[in-house]
Write a protein that binds this ligand. Structure first.
Ligand code: F3S
Length: 290
């Protein structure tokens, strides 16, 4: 028996919001057919995971890839994924007479409500997050007035908003919590009337803290998740900062034997959109090879 210790993160895998969205689509496959509400669509891939999306596609679920595509859909049911969408999308869904199932994560919905309200109060909204991520695009779409998106120290430093302007800062739910604090500090120094709402999801924070703790004790660390998953990338960054031998895999097929050499312990974690079967497969593979 191998003496290599495998430390598995308890928080690895689907978070509450992702599980809820994936379950919603699975349930809708039969419901839609029974009630004659088809075809069934998701607005964008339901989660950032190729395996899950192609399994659903095989069951007849179609993916709408853009707003232009959505404008052309006149019949069926559309599931909104956990990332949420801009307000404008609800209007198109309604105008086109589509049946809408909203699987926006309640934590993301809360941010939509905050930015809508604070924009209405005249505040300039600052979103700390990745501008090209669909969640941020959705949040942006609920801001009624001025909005800026920043992700780096440099962007925070060079942010120019008129002095004494009232601003409201929110965060993408999957942002790195330490980096969020750093960027808020930079903005605070700019003498705005500032309202900061840390909207990082607690599931993300727990996952990040656990990953950091495990990576700090382990000789090597494996982070499992889709290439496009933002929270997986963040987990990778966090682990890499404390454990040089941190590796990212999408599935067990990406594991390389060299990674498992000369180690006494190995940690494993996974992003919020990584299904359990993939995590188990990676874990079993590691177990067989150490
Ligand atoms: Fe929701 Fe948090 Fe997951 S915001 S989608 S529960 S990471």
């Amino acid at each position: 028996m191998s003496s290599v210790k495998i430390i598995m993160a308890e928080s690895a895998g689907f978070c509450f919001g992702v599980k809820r969205a994936v379950d919603t689509v699975s349930q809708e496959i039969t419901r839609c057919a029974d009630e004659g509400r088809g075809p069934l669509y998701t607005y964008g891939p339901i989660i950032h995971n190729e395996q899950v999306v192609s399994r659903l596609e095989q069951q007849g679920v179609r993916v709408i890839g853009s707003t232009e595509e959505l404008r052309r859909v006149r019949q069926g049911t559309v599931v909104i994924r956990s990332h949420g969408v801009p307000k404008e999308i609800y209007r198109i869904l309604n105008d086109n007479g589509l049946h809408t199932i909203d699987a926006t994560c309640p934590f993301v919905k809360k941010i939509h409500q905050i930015v809508e309200k604070e924009s209405g109060n005249g505040r300039h909204i600052i979103i700390i997050g990745n501008d090209s991520h669909p969640e941020v695009e959705g949040i942006r779409g609920w801001c009624g007035g001025d909005v800026s998106v920043i992700e780096t120290h440099q962007e925070a430093e060079s942010l120019i908003i008129p002095e004494d302007r009232e601003v409201c800062v929110v965060s993408q739910t999957t942002f790195n919590s330490n980096k969020f604090k750093d960027l808020v500090e930079i903005i605070r120094k700019k003498r705005y009337d500032i309202l900061v709402l840390n909207t990082i999801c607690s599931a993300t924070e727990e996952r990040q803290n656990e990953a950091r703790t495990i990576a700090a004790q382990a000789d090597a660390m494996i982070v499992i998740g889709d290439d496009r998953s933002s929270n997986t990338q963040k987990l990778f960054e966090i682990c890499k900062a404390v454990c040089r031998r941190t590796y990212h895999v999408q599935t067990a097929a990406d594991l390389q034997p060299a990674w498992l050499m000369d180690i006494r312990s190995i940690g494993i974690t996974a992003g919020a959109s990584t299904p359990n079967n993939i995590i188990e497969e990676v874990q079993n593979n590691v177990r067989l090879n150490v």
